[in-house]
Design a protein around this ligand. Structure first.
Ligand code: ADA
Length: 550
């Protein structure tokens, strides 16, 4: 399943999640998709290319669509040996239209590349690991003359349990089409629209407005969801459909406060990589759900998808459980040199568009982030932040924007985002007392453009090697020292009225690139409150206690 619910009742969709054949370094392996090849012992550190292949049986002639949830990190897709799609970046979906397919046996091949040497701008030896494989679900859709390509839902509150829903529907013609009709329904309300005749390859977008009453708002811990369904008809006959799940809620930035459904809230949670000691970056839905059970057990109400868009199934679970999500595009710690790469703007802007258009309808996403700890202290860097934040606002005017900075006392972009965020590590990377340092950073942020806007500490934490106990010396890397540092950081940050949010770095230990090993014991980022297999460290109890403070 591509989502945790069926998106289509009418359109025929076949899952291609199964046992594929994978060839790497001249050897063939059975490979479950979704999955990453690092789960195969002899490929546990393989950097390079591999060919994933499977046969596909098509039972009737027609137009089809292949849909990939994510391929890590570069995919070249071949249908019966012909190239049909290419995609860079592991964390957003892409598709390939297959026109005029004949019934019979076909061969689908995906050449996957997870190497850093391809001049990869975003996937490089970083403080997280780039796995190799088809790390998210794969599907094949049977299309008719036209399809509903996507829907974009937003809502405005008009009263208690009353909202006006705005649904923009994008219809694509696969062949020349006469006039068609569109019907949309959500929360018991219905609306219809006539569509003009369309030429093959054309697209038409129309917005339908539906007043709804008697709905339960989506809120923290109250994942109240409603099916939004669109039906496309030709001469009164249904030819395509699409269902998504939406929530009625409002997110506002009002001065220095963040409001959810008109109520000031304090955002508290974790940074979470899509990385697991057993599954790599291809976590099962069960593992995702277990992560959320653990996250909620700490008293958290939010998760930050550091540093890339997450699997839609994880977002579906956050929708259903009422967990707020800071979702961000794919980038971490890029220098100005990298940001000046001629491919950089195009790659980032494509991922920004994929992230927002693919995840727009998730009520759990309350803010869009980008460019984590990139160059925000130079004029050139500022031009990149300014351009990409403007793009996010164009793509989605309903949500605030932010970015996590580490340009201590030098950042010149604090005036650009709606919410100003900083990553700090007092008592870990330096010995400044947490309260004093957090105050200094807030004062700097306010002086540099954050005044009058919300402030979030988007990262703070400390390392602990799971199982290393040192109750007397409490040395760094011991679980005891992590408790002490997180306790001090949380008391300081949660005690600041000026601060609207706190994201602990990080949820669970994650694998990192080999070149980071000198400061990452086990070649892992060990700042998790859980280890890579989700076993809690002592700091779990500290976080539980501190998250009660606000
Ligand atoms: C940075 C970065 C994280 C991680 C963290 C750390 O803030 O954003 O990805 O590298 O530091 O563990 O030092």
């Amino acid at each position: 399943m591509y989502r945790i619910f069926d998106e289509h009742q009418l359109r025929r969709v076949v899952s291609l999640n199964s046992l594929w054949s994978m060839e790497a370094q001249g050897k063939t392996y059975p490979m479950l998709v979704p999955g990453v090849w690092e789960r195969i012992p002899e490929l546990s550190s393989y950097k390079g290319k591999a060919d994933f292949t499977r046969q596909v049986t098509v039972d009737e002639d027609g137009d089809y669509l292949l849909r990939f949830g994510g391929v890590s990190h570069t995919a070249e897709v071949y249908w019966d040996g012909e190239p049909v799609a290419r995609h860079y970046n592991a964390y957003t979906a892409f598709e390939a239209l297959l026109p005029c397919v004949r019934a019979g046996e076909h061969t689908l091949r995906v050449t996957v590349d997870n190497s850093y040497e391809t001049g990869s701008v975003l996937h490089f030896a970083n403080d997280y690991y780039t796995y190799g494989g088809l790390n998210r679900p794969v599907e094949m859709h049977r299309l008719g003359r036209a399809r509903i390509r996507r829907m974009q839902f937003s809502c405005l509150q008009t009263g208690e349990g009353a909202y006006t829903a705005h649904v923009e529907v994008f219809v694509q013609a696969l062949k020349d089409c006469e006039a068609m009709q569109l019907r949309v329904c959500v929360a018991g309300a219905e609306a219809a629209a006539d569509l003009p005749a369309m030429e093959k390859g054309g697209e038409h977008a129309c917005t339908l407005t539906l007043p709804v009453t008697g709905v339960t708002p989506w809120d923290v811990g109250q994942g109240s969801l409603y099916d939004l369904t669109a039906l496309l008809l030709s001469d009164g006959c249904p030819i395509d459909d699409l269902t998504d799940r939406v929530g009625f809620r409002t997110v506002e930035v009002r001065g220095e406060d963040i409001l959810l459904n008109g109520r000031k809230i304090f955002i508290k949670g974790f940074n979470r990589h899509e990385d697991h000691g057993q599954f790599g970056s291809a976590l099962s839905v069960d593992a995702m759900m277990d992560d959320l059970h653990l996250l909620l057990a700490t008293g958290a109400n939010s998760v930050r998808t550091c540093h890339y868009p997450n699997d839609p199934r994880f977002l579906d679970l956050c929708d259903a459980l009422g967990v707020l999500v800071w979702e961000e595009h794919h980038s971490r710690g890029l220098s100005e040199e990298t940001m000046r790469d001629p491919r950089f703007d195009e790659i980032c802007e494509k991922i920004n568009e994929e992230m927002v258009t693919q995840h727009y309808n998730h009520p759990c996403i309350w803010v869009w982030g980008l460019l984590n700890e990139c160059e925000s202290a130079t004029e050139f860097g500022r031009s990149v932040y300014s351009r990409q934040l403007a793009q996010l606002r164009r793509l989605d005017p309903t949500r605030p924007t932010t970015f996590a900075s580490c340009r201590f006392f030098t950042d010149i972009c604090m005036d650009l985002p709606d919410i100003c965020s900083f990553n700090i590590y007092p008592r870990w990377y330096h010995e400044a007392p947490a309260a004093e340092y957090a105050r200094q950073i807030v004062d700097f942020m306010d002086s540099a453009g954050a005044k009058g806007k919300p402030i979030i500490f988007s990262e703070f934490g400390a390392g602990a090697i799971a199982g290393f106990h040192d109750p007397f010396r409490r040395a760094k890397w011991s679980e005891e020292r992590q408790c002490d540092i997180l306790d001090e950081q949380l008391r300081a940050i949660m005690g600041m009225e000026r601060v609207s949010g706190a994201y602990i770095w990080q949820f669970a230990d994650v694998r990192v690139a080999e070149s980071w090993a000198h400061t990452r014991p086990r070649t892992m980022n060990n700042k998790g409150v859980f280890d890579q297999f989700r076993r809690p460290k002592l700091s779990f109890s500290v976080v539980q206690e501190r998250f009660k403070d606000r």
